[in-house]
Design a protein around this ligand. Structure first.
Ligand code: SF4
Ligand code: SF4
Ligand code: FES
Length: 544
């Protein structure tokens, strides 16, 4: 049977239109069709005025980059799925529209030329100049770039602060010459001045790149390594972080001995009676720095829920040290290794521990991805984020919902939990189980396409304003207007959202998923765990 597909196309001709609008075309679906095939069909048979760019039709020229169902991609390479009823195509968002899907990329090209993305030679070489295979391998993937601008269009930092940060394509262009041994120019300094440390390492650029270039690791990460280790280039706030990690084992400048104190008597609330360094524990709850010292109610709710579920668990208290996440992002790998080895050593003392549970998406990714892949350190236990463990407990009946919350809320997918590791469903399942009516973020920015909160990659410490502006953008543009609360599963995102709300005066409540779960499972008793103020925010929204 013939099947037709709706192609919804952004239309705008600034010469005659006051406002952009969308035209919808019905196109016959043919198996194997790509978005460019649909556009070409429309152009030839339905509307010859439609403007868009294409040339090679082979994913090589980069000219057909556009937004396809709210994600940047190449029209000539994006397959139309047989399940699609509608495909929406729009121009790349950060450039002015010349007409319909054609944008003016001049600003980007000027930005690119500024960084001199070509090899600068020194004096003429006197003997055969060898490039070794490993050197070629390092730059080869970066040279795959076809300059389609897809990554730049989706970068959260470019969106709010292109003046501060050159963006992924610029970083890639610098890296391909900076890492080339024939080059004599100081491109690392140039990258540093172009905002090398303002990348949140959210990996959205990698997600959309048609050539699958791993810019956060292979370009930004590698250049950060060189900037820090070979050129001693570090922003003052990052110097503080590195120093604090050395002295206090946390990046916040807090006293190492006070880690986990919030689980005792804290802020007028009673002690939770949580076991510290319990030798026969099976579950190790790793608080992380943000839950220990900034969003303490997250730590309290998590520990109280573990108790309620009857878990044989422990915390490390003052023996806990940072996971080292920030050091991986800054690329102080030597120091990061010392944290990984400490964690490995500590686990030897807790022989029954089979699971580490984290509150923070950053700790989760660090244990699960960075330790094994970047350092070869396997902790040898299951690593779970609290949303995964509590989802399991709810399904097994170890935790029971006393009263459904009856709230309306949206959910922010943290990059380290979602796009980096693929944990999308467990938080959503918990949200639904506790009776929260989940409204996904607007503009398709949820799950894989979620946008960073702005705080990752050391940006919160190095570029506070940028981090805040990204969170503010997300609140302003992506949170549905009739939704009064954003749910978080990372205290770092939570903290950054809260900061943007306070500074900008937005009306939006935030809650960590564990705080909501505490209220749903403990009822009024949750006041002793997270305090009156946090409970009232939740209860008042229930009433509303
Ligand atoms: S990792 Fe995120 S912030 Fe960094 S360049 Fe890519 S999209 Fe931009
Ligand atoms: S890095 Fe990838 S997404 Fe970015 S411009 Fe190059 S090919 Fe396109
Ligand atoms: S037409 Fe050349 S990359 Fe799509």
């Amino acid at each position: 049977m013939e099947r037709r597909i709706r192609l919804k196309v952004f239309r705008y001709n600034p010469a005659v239109d006051d406002e952009p609008h969308y035209d919808v075309y019905e196109v016959l679906y043919v198996e194997g069709a790509r978005v460019l095939d649909l556009l070409n069909y429309v152009k030839e048979h339905l509307d010859s005025t439609l403007a868009y760019r294409w040339e090679c039709r082979a994913g090589q020229c980069g000219s057909c980059g556009m937004m396809i169902n709210r994600k940047a991609g190449l029209a000539c390479q994006t397959l139309v799925s047989p399940e699609d009823e509608e495909v929406v195509v729009e121009p790349l968002p950060i450039f002015p529209v010349i007409r319909d899907l054609v944008v003016d990329v001049e600003k980007g090209i000027r930005r690119l030329l500024k960084v001199r993305p070509y090899i600068h030679r020194g004096s003429p070489y006197k003997r055969p100049e060898i490039m070794y295979q490993w050197e070629i391998e390092e730059v080869k993937p970066l040279r795959e770039c076809i300059e389609c601008w897809c990554c730049v269009s989706m970068c959260p930092v470019v969106k709010v602060a292109w003046d501060v940060y050159g963006g992924p394509m610029v970083m890639n262009s610098i890296a391909k010459v900076a890492l080339d041994r024939r080059n004599v120019f100081d491109h690392i300094l140039l990258a540093f001045l172009e905002g090398l440390n303002a990348c949140t390492q959210c990996a959205m650029c990698k997600e959309v790149c048609p050539k699958e270039i791993d810019i956060p690791e292979k370009a930004v990460g590698r250049m950060r390594y060189m900037a820090y280790n070979k050129r001693n280039l570090l922003r003052p706030d990052h110097k503080f972080v590195v120093e604090s990690m050395r002295r206090n084992y946390n990046p916040l400048g807090e006293l190492a001995e006070s880690r986990g104190n919030c689980l005792g008597e804290w802020n007028g609330l009673p002690s939770l009676g949580v076991p510290v360094a319990k030798e026969d524990a099976e579950v190790l709850y790793f608080l992380g720095c943000m839950a220990s010292w900034r969003e303490q109610t997250v730590a309290r709710a998590t520990a109280a829920l573990l108790k309620l579920a009857g878990a044989n668990f422990t915390v490390l208290g003052p023996y806990e040290r940072d996971c080292g996440s920030v050091l991986f992002r800054i690329n102080d790998i030597e120091q990061a290794q010392s944290f990984a080895l400490y964690m490995k050593e500590i686990l030897k003392k807790f022989k029954n521990v089979n699971t580490i549970v984290t509150s923070c998406a950053g700790c989760f990714r660090t244990f699960k991805v960075d330790y094994p892949t970047r350092l070869g350190v396997e902790l040898g236990v299951e690593i779970l984020h609290s949303s995964e463990l509590f989802n399991r407990y709810l399904k097994e009946g170890a935790l029971n919902v006393k009263e459904e919350l009856g709230l309306i809320a949206t959910y922010h997918d943290p990059c380290h939990l979602g796009r980096h590791v693929g944990v999308f469903d467990p938080p959503r399942e918990v949200i639904k189980a506790i009776g929260v009516d989940l409204r996904e973020m607007l503009n398709g920015r949820y799950r894989e396409k979620s946008m960073c909160c702005g705080a990752g990659g050391g940006v919160r410490s190095g570029f506070r304003e940028v981090a805040r502006e990204v969170a503010a953008y997300r609140i302003r543009v992506d949170v549905p207007k009739d939704v009064p609360m954003a749910v978080h599963t990372c205290p770092f995102c939570y903290f950054n959202f809260e900061d943007a709300i306070k500074v900008k005066g937005y009306k939006l409540a935030n809650a960590d998923l564990t705080e909501l779960l505490a209220v749903a499972t403990m009822g009024p008793e949750a006041i002793k765990v997270i305090g009156k103020e946090r409970c009232e925010i939740i209860v008042n929204l229930q009433r509303a």
